[in-house]
Design a protein around this ligand. Sequence first.
Ligand SMILES: *[C@@H]1O[C@H](CO)[C@@H](O)[C@H](O)[C@H]1NC(C)=O
Ligand SMILES: *[C@@H]1O[C@H](CO)[C@@H](O)[C@H](O)[C@H]1NC(C)=O
Ligand SMILES: *[C@@H]1O[C@H](CO)[C@@H](O)[C@H](O)[C@H]1NC(C)=O
Ligand SMILES: *[C@@H]1O[C@H](CO)[C@@H](O)[C@H](O)[C@H]1NC(C)=O
Length: 722
Amino acid sequence: MRLHALVLLFLLHSSVFASRPAKRYYNTHDYYVLEHDPTADASLDECARTLGVEVVEPAGELRNHWLVRAQKPPLSSREAGDRVLRTWNSIRAEARSSVSSRSEDAYLSRRVSSAVKYLSLQTLRRRVKRAPPPISPGTLIDAPTAKEVAAQQGIVDPEFTKQWHLVNDDFPQFMMNVTSLWEKGITGQGVITTIVDDGLDYNSDDLAANFFAEGSHDYNDHTDLPTPVLFDDHHGTRCAGQIAAVKNDVCGVGIAYESKVAGVRILSGQITDIDEAASLNYGYQNASIFSCSWGPPDDGRSMEAPGYLIKKAMVNGVENGRGGLGSVFVFASGNGGRSGDQCNFDGYTNSIFSITVAAIDYKGLHPDYSEACAANLVVASSSGSGNHITTTDVGKNKCAHTHGGTSAAAPNAAGVFALALSVRPDLNWRDMQHLCVRSAVQVNPDDPDWEMTAAGRPYSYKYGYGALSGVEYVNAALDWQSVKPQAWVNMPTIQIANGTMDIFHATDGGETLTQEGIYSSMEVTQSMLQSHNFEKLEHITVSVWITHDRRGDVEVELISPNGVKSVLAAKRNGDAANTGYPGWTFSTVKHWDEDPLGEWTIRVFDQGRENHSGKFLGWTMTLWGSVIDPALAKQYDVPVLQDTLPPLFGNDGDTSEPESTPVSTTSTQYAKPTEHLPGDHVQRLSTMSQSPRKQHLRGPPLARRPQHQRQMRAGSLICRTS
Ligand SMILES: *[C@@H]1O[C@H](CO)[C@@H](O)[C@H](O)[C@H]1NC(C)=O
Ligand SMILES: *[C@@H]1O[C@H](CO)[C@@H](O)[C@H](O)[C@H]1NC(C)=O
Ligand SMILES: *[C@@H]1O[C@H](CO)[C@@H](O)[C@H](O)[C@H]1NC(C)=O
Ligand SMILES: *[C@@H]1O[C@H](CO)[C@@H](O)[C@H](O)[C@H]1NC(C)=O
């Protein structure tokens, strides 16, 4: 009888596991993430008991990762460091020092030590949003063409004619170009997009019918529904409206107005890394697209990447989400253009696993807030030249007229992706990127930022491959044959003048930077490609180890064997950090479809300023693309530690295959004229002080001391609203 009750209790408990995350009690408990090896000798329970923690639930969708917790110790005994981590460390020490001991304790330590592969304390971080965008003067458009579309398609949404991103009466060549798809019945049916943001007003008459409750959750208030609570919790609702506002008599319509949206609320309070990781995988078998209009601060001086668990969740999303076709992560490129910020200093936007979307305004111009970088794939409609995006607002029957920034560009792209997936649900996450590269429409061809890629496509740091157009994208999708699985080639790591960096970021060796720059090259050979089952190039990531007492002075460029240059880092006037680049990873999409054979050269230089200097210690590069033989495709594992030089485990955790072909490590200095980003970039940088600066409602300014600074930056994800 008793046993029966226990079993029942257990079943109840595990069914709770399967459905909803448990409420967190951060006041009374410390939470940890524990990775357990199920093939090891010690069970999860035994490990938990030994470490003095209780198992709460699986940690999001990360396989074999568990959220565990321990009661907070009394204040008086907190000085000696974290009790659980201390226990783990001593277990590991004991396991190492007693390899041959037969004692019960030593045996237990060895088993637990090998069963627990990862353990980290989860700290709460503050993700504060930006001030809402200022309302600029400017007439809203109310022109006949939009009225005609409304009449033809029976659209009675009262604000439809103001939605210039759907029908642009003044500049018809600059809009999302989707209304002709609606005529054909392509409206997003069957596709779910998750808005990871500050909530979603599922009670709005414009969203209720398209709301997907099962895929929604609130990680701030630990409830099932993502109810907007704070006075400024309107951002997620506005983004949701752009994608899936119902075609009815409320406000306007969404781009995929018969698709569904879920809301995962993370931006309205403190959350931990594991909850952020879980949010990016929430309901990821049902949702196809994760629309993310937030990131690290866009202040022109932050350099911040997602933590280990969050990176793991993104990789888990593309590998296992949507039945293995992969979650489509859409990220806003950032609003720091006016501060000289660049999306390659943001590890979410420069991740190869996300589609980075910058903004273009209703006149087809580049809004100065929209961040440029070699990770931008496309642009989509948003605010600028005095006009904003009209979309659903929080409230039963409310409309917002001041939405904008790259925050609004990303959901417009997500809406187009929803339309494409409704007719081609079989496309994988990389297909979605290929279609961006191929179908985007060049805008402002006279802009000096455009350069021809080796594959013969115009590319721009500001516009990526161009403006995303619904018609062009969906037509391309209808004909598209899926790409083969992903392959990658880890190039060897080059140490410049014996440069090294240890886990505490202490350095040795390296070569002092100059204005002319230090050049270093590595050769990609046919046999490397062959041995890595690598057929065709897509992304390139480049990791660099550089010290500098003024990080913003450093510039980094990559030059391909065909002479195509990717600017990875341009000067950032506001970035005075003295922490350099401890293995920071940049990415570029500018070499998509280029033949990678031959010599790749990196150039690292600074401004040659008196009293500001640094050293180039080393670099490495990874080529990403498609496999030759799908049968030999592998799954990518995120490495735990990436910032030492030479890397401890190769540069991507694929320990089996660090490229061993000897490579010349010579670096030479040439006297070459300093080349900067195209003229219009320079102009933007030099005019930035005159532009009105957006206000950060995010507490005290960054502290000078590096340790402090790191903490502050780590705790600041913000909404991308212009
Ligand atoms: C919209 O689609 C039409 C038809 O394909 C095309 O001619 C036009 O250039 C597109 N406009 C934009 C802004 O992409
Ligand atoms: C969500 O996905 C799961 C797993 O694939 C499936 O069993 C369930 O029916 C889906 N729910 C909805 C509402 O589509
Ligand atoms: C790097 O180390 C090697 C071996 O210790 C030494 O021969 C060489 O001179 C060093 N190079 C530089 C630039 O210090
Ligand atoms: C460089 O440092 C020296 C000594 O501290 C100082 O006298 C000089 O003014 C500095 N130069 C510049 C350009 O800041």
